[in-house]
Design a protein around this ligand. Structure first.
Ligand code: ADP
Ligand code: ZN
Ligand code: ZN
Length: 780
């Protein structure tokens, strides 16, 4: 490059470019000149630009283009130029670029980082993709075959194999077909495809798997009157611009059926539907149902369990407009559906915490989905049996969304009878002194259900074997804690079991692992483990019920036993086919599952979330108990749920057992309003993290002081209050001390304005040290 390279050029346009590593500049990014050769550059394209003093070439995305003489542009002598386009990924639709800008503003995250996080790495790198080929007979194949002239014996075997195959086996994987027709190569099949006798279809490997699982499409049931009313009401807003709907329907009410009817209408109108489900756990089931209902549609399924190649492929199909039904977990909200195509957004189980991302950008998938629907000018439907209080508040008090209710279960299904069992009472009935996790009532019900041929779900929302590791001598009092965190260690067992030798300890915050000590380091006495853990429940179940064999008739479902979506899918498949009689697991089994064979749901402890220092603890508990109980009674038999608790009178548990969401929501909302907590207000939490305890304190004090001054000054204005600093409930994680400052505002508008001004004033510098979490869902 010559010294005066850039001054030789003239800009035909200006481009605002968001660079991943740029300083946090909201909302614009950095301004560059666009050379004539790139005159057709537009927002959403990835480019290479010189950055900083050394003009190191850096990748970024064009956020906006402006005329060359736009005001506020750098003087010509200092203007740097876009160097080149970056090929590979398709340009991002401009609605997504706008969405990124909103996220960057609302969730206080640099726009470059936001944009970068919206496109999967595999897509940027253009990783190769895998497809499988499926073959079927073409319409009128017999005539075509007759007209094809000489037909070889091999070709005849191919057509016969297809003709004789059962309906559900077609179209057939080309490899299966070749095997059935006893071919040495695929050549005969290729010829027949060429001659038009056979038709060929390419499917991604996931599509292929899930279709196989569900077989042919089940006929759509006739809607109940209540479902019909909802479908009509929401359907009337399709094609009519933005509209927000909350579908509150008890578990098993047939919400999925409502979504499918709305999706069908959307597809019929030539538009694309986007369906979000919480985390990976639910994609196989809902994915399978959608694939079965819409066998003619190409469905893209996006979730974190895809291989890089699959992800890239799905992404590109969506970007090319070849897919009209897109489903996935949180990040699927960024699916690159071309502008103008999106006709419906559905957020299933909208209350689910996993919609919130816990890294920058800390966005809430549900709220981003609402914003996306606004930009696309289409309806958004949030559905849940236990709506988040945010959504309930919006529907009932702010009236920004329409409320639709399904009070009854689908025809033939009844809500389960929920028994709350006082565990203190229950323990008195134990015949021996050993500590049991399953009381006589729950254990008896498990046996009865298994004897009667039913299936069982047992929930304990705590991973590992036991959550206390301590000296056997209570007078010594030693408890094993993590060296790097302000938290206890959790005992885990290796899959093989093998008693104490197969045990190790892990910290659930820094993931550090150690061997289980045999002796107390203080007094050299024996170490014991006790407390709750889903592995221990599994062990107890196997001991009490010999017909339950771990890994065979009983499976454990938690983040430790399930490596990826395929494992989970596999486990659910075995359960669905009845090979597995009982699933024991963490909240992964509490969500969305629809298995008619389940006649008993047991909650080992409803208290795991109840006493956490988080204002949403009761809401969480209500959701968990309602959702998991809702997994039973989905077949001909009524279901039964047994909930063990030390706090049988707690409203969250009592009302969940009574299936009384509305009373719960009323009481809880009143309580939140009284204490100025969301959703009657909006909150942002800033966690200051540093390896030095003193420094963390100083930084957080300075932050609280500056934020308070801003809140009391002009920027505040709208009743913003700042509280803190105070230590986080977990005061140290992975050797970093954690202090928090809370900002509370009367609504999203004042909160957003306050945070933006604090950011532009340099008070808030989101990054490693300052973690800014707007609308936090977890306060640990
Ligand atoms: P939700 O999503 O509200 O928990 P689902 O959509 O899973 O409920 O429905 C529960 C069960 O009821 C499913 O097996 C579904 O096929 C069935 N179902 C839904 N609507 C109807 C209907 N109108 N008639 C008969 N069965 C229905
Ligand atoms: Zn730790
Ligand atoms: Zn000791």
């Amino acid at each position: 490059m010559t010294l005066f390279a850039s001054s030789d050029r003239t800009a035909c346009l200006l481009a605002q470019v968001a660079v991943e590593r740029s300083v946090d500049r909201y909302p614009d990014g950095l301004t560059y000149g666009v050379p004539a050769a790139l005159a057709d550059l537009r927002a959403g394209e990835r480019v290479r630009v010189p950055l900083g003093r050394g003009d190191a070439l850096t990748e970024g995305m064009v956020v906006r283009t402006l005329p060359a003489d736009a005001s506020g542009a750098p003087p010509a002598a200092r203007l740097k130029f876009v160097e080149s386009r970056v090929g590979g990924a398709p340009p991002m639709p401009s609605q997504l670029v706008e969405l990124a800008q909103w996220i960057s503003g609302y969730y206080v995250c640099p726009v470059g980082m936001t944009l970068a996080s919206m496109t999967p790495g595999a897509v940027k790198r253009g990783v190769g993709s895998v497809t499988r080929t499926f073959i079927d007979l073409a319409p009128g194949w017999e005539d075509l075959l007759g007209a094809a002239g000489r037909v070889t014996a091999q070709q005849r075997r191919v057509t016969e194999a297809l003709r004789d195959a059962a309906g559900a086996e077609r179209p057939m994987d080309v490899r299966d077909l070749a095997a059935r027709a006893e071919l040495g190569t695929n050549e005969p099949i290729k010829r027949l495809v060429k001659a038009g006798v056979l038709r060929e279809e390419r499917r991604t490997s996931i599509e292929a798997e899930w279709r196989a699982e569900r077989g042919g499409a089940g006929p759509a049931p006739e809607l109940t009157a209540a479902q019909r009313t909802v479908v009509d009401a929401i359907g009337a807003t399709l094609g009519g611009g933005f509209a927000q709907h909350l579908l509150f329907g008890v578990t098993g009410a047939g919400k999925t059926e409502v979504y499918m009817r709305l999706i069908a209408q959307t597809l019929a109108a030539g538009r694309t539907a986007l369906v979000l489900v919480p985390e990976i756990a639910l994609t196989p089931q809902t994915g399978g149902r959608l694939l079965a209902r819409f066998p003619e549609e190409r469905v893209a399924i996006l979730h974190s369990g895809l291989t890089a190649a699959q992800r890239n492929q799905q992404w590109n199909l969506v970007a090319d407009g070849k897919v009209r039904l897109v489903m996935g977990a949180r990040s699927a909200v960024f699916a690159p559906i071309p502008d103008g195509q999106l006709g419906l957004v559905v957020v299933d189980e909208e209350h689910d915490q996993s919609y919130k991302q816990d890294q920058m950008p800390r966005y809430h998938g549900r709220d981003v989905a609402i914003r996306r629907a606004q930009l696309a000018q289409c309806p958004v439907v949030l559905g849940s049996a236990t709506p988040s209080l945010e959504s309930w508040f919006n529907a009932t008090e702010r009236k920004t969304s329409a409320l639709h209710v399904l009070r009854e279960r689908a025809p033939g299904l009844r809500l389960p009878h929920v028994e709350v069992v006082d565990f203190v009472e229950e323990r008195r009935r134990f015949p021996d002194q050993r500590v049991h996790l399953l009381g006589p009532r729950l254990s008896g019900a498990v046996q009865e259900t298994l004897d009667g041929g039913g299936q069982v779900l047992i929930l304990l929302n705590r991973r590992g074997y036991a959550n206390w590791i301590a000296c056997a001598d209570q007078r010594c009092g030693w408890i094993m804690r993590c060296d790097r965190c302000d938290a206890g260690m959790i005992c885990h067992r290796l899959p093989a079991g093998g008693g104490a030798a197969g045990q190790y300890v892990r910290c659930h915050h820094c993931q550090g692992e150690q061997r289980l000590p045999r002796q107390c380091p203080k007094c050299a006495r024996q170490v014991t483990v006790f407390g709750l853990g889903v592995q221990r429940v599994e062990e107890e179940l196997a001991r009490l019920h010999p017909s339950l064999v771990p890994g065979s008739t009983m499976l454990r479902i938690d983040a430790d036993s399930m490596q990826d979506a395929a494992d989970f899918h596999d486990a659910l498949g075995k359960f669905g086919r009845g090979e597995v009689r009982l699933l024991v697991g963490t909240q992964m089994i509490a969500k969305g599952l629809d298995f008619p064979g389940v006649r008993l749901v047991g909650v080992v402890s409803a208290d795991t979330a109840l006493n956490l220092p988080d204002f949403r603890a009761t809401e969480r508990t209500f959701q968990l108990v309602s959702q998991v109980s809702g997994r039973c009674g989905r077949g001909a038999d009524a279901g039964r749920a047994i909930v063990q608790t030390f706090q049988p009178e707690a409203p969250a548990i009592r009302l969940a057992a009574a299936h009384d969401y509305e009373s719960f929501a009323r009481e809880e909302l009143a309580m939140r309003a009284r204490f100025g907590l969301p959703p009657s207000t909006r909150m942002a939490r800033v966690v200051v993290r540093d390896e030095g305890e003193e420094r963390a304190r100083e930084l957080s004090e300075a932050l609280a002081r500056d934020l308070s001054a801003a809140a009391n000054g002009a920027a505040g204005g709208g009743g913003v209050t700042v509280t803190g600093p105070m230590p986080c409930p977990i005061a140290r994680i992975a050797d970093r001390w954690r202090m928090q400052v809370e900002v509370v505002a009367p609504g999203p508008g004042p909160l957003g304005r306050f945070l933006t001004s604090a950011r532009n004033a340099g008070i808030l510098r989101p990054g490693e040290t300052y973690a800014v979490d707007v609308d936090p869902v977890a306060l640990m």
